[in-house]
Design a binder for this molecule. Structure first.
Ligand code: GDP
Ligand code: MG
Length: 170
């Protein structure tokens, strides 16, 4: 079969959770302490080789602010995959992530591969959301869960790789 897969992927989650930083880490291997906040959305692409396939991710990094919420469906509609990001040091960002999960369950593509990323895992001393709580929530909602750090690069390539592995093959 054709082993070149193009996959639209959207990042959703609260402003400041680290969506842009995860993309920057994945696409360029970089991290900025003062990452500029995203206006509207930004586009990136990156290719990954997974087993017998080459997956080209077309990544939409959204802004996350409430005032851009009405634009979100443009980015998640037709997406093969989503990463919903929260910040492990913020219970508000975890609550916001749950709202995104609900919205995708109602309005998103039912076959979407969806990951929940608990980002800023390097900030253990400021942690407010336990991994156990998030993992239980993810299992109930059929998401796969990883804690990530765009700063240290922990689990960043892994989460994209795991998505690529789970994508339906043509
Ligand atoms: P976005 O609004 O979700 O795109 O979040 P950004 O990527 O702009 O990140 C917001 C802030 O959090 C920036 O100052 C980043 O440097 C910081 N940040 C992002 N990811 C991490 C992380 O994994 N660890 C730490 N310590 N800071 C992070
Ligand atoms: Mg951003």
């Amino acid at each position: 079969g054709n082993n070149n897969i193009n996959a639209k992927l959207v990042l959703l989650g609260d402003m400041g959770a680290g969506k842009s930083s995860l993309v920057l880490r994945f696409v360029k291997g970089q991290f900025l302490e003062f990452q500029e906040s995203t206006i509207g959305a930004a586009f990136f692409s990156q290719t990954l080789a997974v087993n017998d396939a080459t997956v080209k991710f077309e990544i939409w990094d959204t802004a996350g602010q409430e005032r851009y919420h009405s634009l979100a469906p443009m980015y998640y509609r037709g997406a093969a995959a989503a990463i919903i990001v929260y910040d492990i040091t913020s219970t508000d960002s975890f609550a916001r992530a749950k709202k995104w999960v609900l919205e995708l369950q109602k309005q998103g593509n039912p076959n979407m591969v969806t990951a929940l990323a608990g980002n800023k895992a390097d900030l253990e001393d400021k942690r407010k959301v336990t991994a156990e709580e998030a993992r239980a929530y993810a299992e109930e909602n059929d998401l796969f869960f990883m804690e990530t750090s765009a700063k240290t690069a922990i689990n960043v390539n892994d989460i994209f790789y795991e998505i690529a592995r789970k994508l339906p093959r043509a």
